[in-house]
Each structure stands twice: as C-alpha cells, then as structure tokens.
Design a protein around this ligand. Structure first.
Ligand code: NAD
Length: 498
C-alpha cells in the first residue's frame, strides 16, 4: 500500500503538526517510486516519519513538468505578474512563519526561535527582494554602425535544477527559488534527504499563491541517485548546487558528461577570523563566538579558524570563553531560550567527535568543551582548541560542527599567509581599529566575503559566494540574477537610407 501524503507527527513539546511526505510535481503531491526515506529528529534520535523519494522516472516527470510549463506558460507571464506571485508567496510564508520554523527546528534540530527570527524571516525578505527585481531585468541597446542597431535580452534559462543541503533547509531553498523565479525560470529542486519536510510546507504555499503548475517542483531522494539524475538531466539548463566540495565535483562531472549545463557551486569553507592587537577585544570575542557557533557550527562560512595576535592571545581567549558561556544555551530546539540544538545526524555527530580526538592527538589543547552534551540527541559542547598551527587537520579541514581552532600570529603578513593557506575561500573577518589594516587584510585575503569587526552579517542585497574550492557564482543581490539568465545579442540591419 502506498503511504498517504499527509502524516501527523508529534513535537518534543507534545504538540502535533501535519506534514506532506509526497513529491511536489505540477502543483500536486504525488507518490514517488524510489525507496521511502526515514527522517530523524536529531534532538531525540527518533524517526519523525518516512518520506517518498524520487527515482529516475520521477525526476523525469518533474523536469518534464517544468519544461512544459516554461514553454507553454511561465515564459509568457508578464514580469509584473511574476513579481505579484512571489510577493504573494512571501505573504503566505509570513502568515505561516511559525509552522515553517517548527518544521526547520523539528527536521534540522536548530532552535525554533532562531529558525523563526533568522531563517524564515530572512527567507521571506529574500522573496520580497527578488520580487522587486522581476520586472527590472532587461538588456541594453548598443549603437554600432549607422545602418545597424543592436540590443541585448537577458533571457531566462528554462529549467533550473537545484540541490540543497540540510543546514538551512528553508533559507538555502529561498536563495535559489527567489532569483530563479524572478528571472523567469521554472525549477526542480531536490532537498536534502536528511531534512525533506520544510520544503513541502513551502510547496503547499506555492500552490496556494497561485503559481501555474510546473513552475516549482520539489523532490527529495539520495544524492547518488536522485541528485545525480537531476544534475545529469539533458533538459536541465543549469544546476544551482549547495553542498560539500566533494559533491560539487560530482555535479560538475554530471554537467560535463551530459549537456554542459551552466553551473553555480556554493561549497565548503574554513573561514579565518583575524584578531589584531589593536582590536576592541571584547567586541571581537563576541562576534567571533557567533561566527563559529551560530547554527551549531554547521555553516559553510563558519569562522572555524581564529588567528590572534600573540600579544593579546590570552586576554582574547578569556573573553571568548566568557562569551561562549553567556551566548550558548544548549537544549531542546523548542525551548524558548535554546541557542544550540543537536547536530544534524549520527554521522555528523560521530565525525565531529572524531575531529575532536584528532585535534587532541595533533597536540592542540581543549580549552573549553570537547565532549558530547547529555546522553540523548546528537548534542556536542561548543569546543575551543588552542595551541593550534595551520598544518593540523582541525585547522585545514571543514569540521562542520561547534569546534574552533585558535592559533597565534606575530605579524599581519603572517596572519594573511595563514588565512590564505587553505583550499577554501568562502569568507573571513578581521577585527581591528585601524582602517588601513582593515583595508590591507580584506584586500589580501582570497575569499568571496570579508567582514570587518563583525561576522555572519547577511543581507538580501549583498552577494555571497566562494573563491577557490569554495565554488563559484554568487547568491543574493543583483549579481545572482546573472546566474539565472543568459544574454542574447540581436543585431538588425536597417533598410532606411536617410
Ligand atoms: P553534501 O554535499 O553531502 O550534500 C548536499 C546535497 O547534495 C544533498 O542534497 C545531497 O543529497 C546531494 N548530493 C549528494 N551526492 C550527490 C550527487 N552525486 N549528485 C547530486 N547531488 C548529490 O553536503 P551536506 O552534508 O548536505 O551539507 C554540508 C556541506 O554544504 C558543507 O560542506 C557546507 O560547507 C556546504 N554548504 C555550503 C554553502 C555555501 O553557500 N557555500 C551553504 C551551505 C552549506
């Protein structure tokens, strides 16, 4: 018997919520033909429910729905109407903000209040920002010679495929859906098989908002099957991928061996936070603490390496631990004052604890935390390593958990060299009261984002994306529209002899 779409699940606070578990194709929730996938509550280690997954025929169905809709319907919808629909969707998300946040918290383990006030709030802002762009995307006229005219069109790509990770289930979806829709594309998105539930609530809102069937299609499934079919599909014009660098390489291979589809890869990171001797140390310690421990350290841009000038190292460490103690209340995601919930999965939990052991064996010193928290759920204490150097694995590899490695530097040149000695190039920060130092460091560090005297400050209008093996292409801001359009040049020979 096919498992019905709607399932009622219980939250840790005793309340119940109804979730969709079928694929969303052509504005309908339909059963998938892949295996059922259990989604786990990381706070309790218990199964929340099972969801349907997409096999190759389901991927085909979703891509064909998007392709047909693009050809027959969506490309003919006026940009102003597209803007109205995206804004309507944002209105509905605002109405159901709590329910969306509950699903993010339940499936991912992040604190409900953080999900509501950051993830969902910023996602709504993202849809509104790109709704504003929908009717302002246009080309140029270019004068060439007297008897010819030339103009450019910024055309939609057609069917965009998207694959997202589990760390910000609603927000990572928003960063792709919003610009893709505003630029006039239809989409097939594969959510992470670890956090499939929030996107299906979003899907129901897409339908309620009145989007034509086929504009938005949402599926889930394992990466090596469902994700691979999607990224190799010949009717998909572009893949917008967010995930690890290793998987990004596979998506690139799929593009290369299929139709050379356009790619945007948002991959991993190992961001360095540089604390100079002249910094406001208390302020720096507070920002640096959020910079690594926000979202339980499960952020691509997490400031997981802190480089501190040797003259202020001990003072900074004391302040950093003070702020860690004050900021991080670990607990059930549905308790009002929880800041840090569990890590996403048993696999991540084991991986992080293993890195803590690696750090100790490499000679780093655990100055705070370093253990599992509690005895149920995938909780790990915020962990501070000191006595680190840049050849250690904990300084080079993405741990993706609440673990920070602190090292000393003597000169600003040395700090820049250490920060740049990484395969990754996603983000970083510098804490200083000297403007010249701030400009020098931000210019010299090879990353896509640099923050000065702050960290993790995002806005819908500012682009975000990596250098080096952190990927390429920009999300957010006007820049991201280029990722979802292609430029056509039209040249016309005039017959007029005037
Ligand atoms: P992951 O690479 O394991 O999985 C990401 C997604 O890719 C999942 O949906 C997965 O099912 C899918 N996938 C796996 N194999 C695939 C394949 N062969 N073809 C197509 N899709 C496939 O990453 P994760 O563990 O879910 O997320 C953590 C990673 O994501 C970290 O490295 C983190 O830095 C990165 N990330 C980057 C950004 C950014 O903006 N740069 C943002 C968030 C997360």
């Amino acid at each position: 018997m096919v498992q019905p779409d709607l399932q009622t699940v219980r939250l840790s606070n005793g309340k119940e919520i109804t979730v969709h578990t079928h694929l969303f194709i052509n504005n309908e929730f339909v059963p998938g033909h892949g295996p059922l996938i259990e989604t786990i509550n990381p706070a309790t280690e218990e199964v929340i429910c099972s969801v349907h997954s997409a096999d190759e025929q389901d991927v085909n169905a979703a891509v064909n729905a998007a392709a047909t809709c693009f050809k027959d319907t969506w490309r003919k919808v006026a940009p102003a109407e597209k803007a109205r629909l995206i804004n309507k969707l944002a209105d509905l998300m605002e109405r159901d903000r709590d329910e969306l946040a509950i699903l993010d918290a339940l499936d991912n383990g992040k604190a409900f209040t953080v999900a509501r006030d950051v993830d969902i709030t910023d996602s709504i802002a993202c849809y509104r920002y790109f709704a504003g762009w929908a009717d302002k995307i246009h080309g140029k006229t270019i004068d060439t010679t007297f008897d010819k005219m030339c103009y450019t069109r910024h055309e939609a790509l057609g069917v965009v495929g998207a694959v997202i990770p589990w760390n910000y289930p609603t927000m990572m979806a928003a960063w792709k859906f919003a610009p893709a829709l505003a630029a006039g594309n239809c989409i097939v998105m594969k959510t992470s098989e670890i956090t499939p539930l929030p996107a299906y609530k979003f899907a129901a809102l897409v339908k309620e908002a009145g989007f034509p069937a086929g504009v938005v299609n949402i599926i889930t499934g394992y990466g090596h099957t469902t994700g691979n079919y999607l990224s190799g599909h010949p009717l998909v014009s572009k893949m917008a991928f967010t995930g690890s660098t290793a998987t990004g390489r596979k998506v690139m291979e799929s593009s290369s061996t299929s139709n050379l589809k356009k790619l945007q890869l948002e991959l991993g990171g190992k961001s360095a936070q540089i604390v100079c001797a002249d910094a406001d140390l208390d302020q720096a310690a507070e920002w640096a603490c959020g910079g690594i421990f926000n979202n339980h350290g499960q952020s691509c841009n997490a400031g997981s390496r802190i480089l501190v000038h040797e003259s202020v190292h001990d003072q900074f460490l004391e302040l950093f631990i003070k702020h860690t103690k004050a900021m991080i209340k670990i607990g059930d995601p549905f308790e009002e004052d929880t800041f840090q919930g569990p890590q996403i999965s048993k696999a991540q939990f084991d991986k992080i604890l293993n890195y803590i052991e690696i750090g100790k064996k490499e000679g780093a010193v655990v100055s705070y935390g370093g253990k599992r928290w509690g005895n149920k759920g995938y909780y790990i204490e915020p962990t501070v390593f000191t006595n680190c150097h840049n050849q250690m694995r904990i300084m080079r590899e993405e741990i993706f958990g609440p673990v920070v490695a602190i090292a000393k530097f003597k000169t600003i040149e040395e700090a820049i060299d250490i920060a740049n000695d990484s395969d990754y190039g996603l983000a970083g920060s510098v804490y200083t009261t000297n403007l010249d130092t701030a400009i020098t460091v931000t210019n010299e560090i090879k990353t896509g984002t640099m923050w000065v005297n702050c960290f993790d400050v995002f806005d819908q209008s500012t682009p975000f994306g990596g250098y080096k093996q952190s990927g390429f292409g920009k999300e957010l801001g006007k820049y991201s529209l280029q990722e979802y359009t292609q430029v056509k040049v039209v040249k016309i020979l005039r017959s007029s002899k005037i």
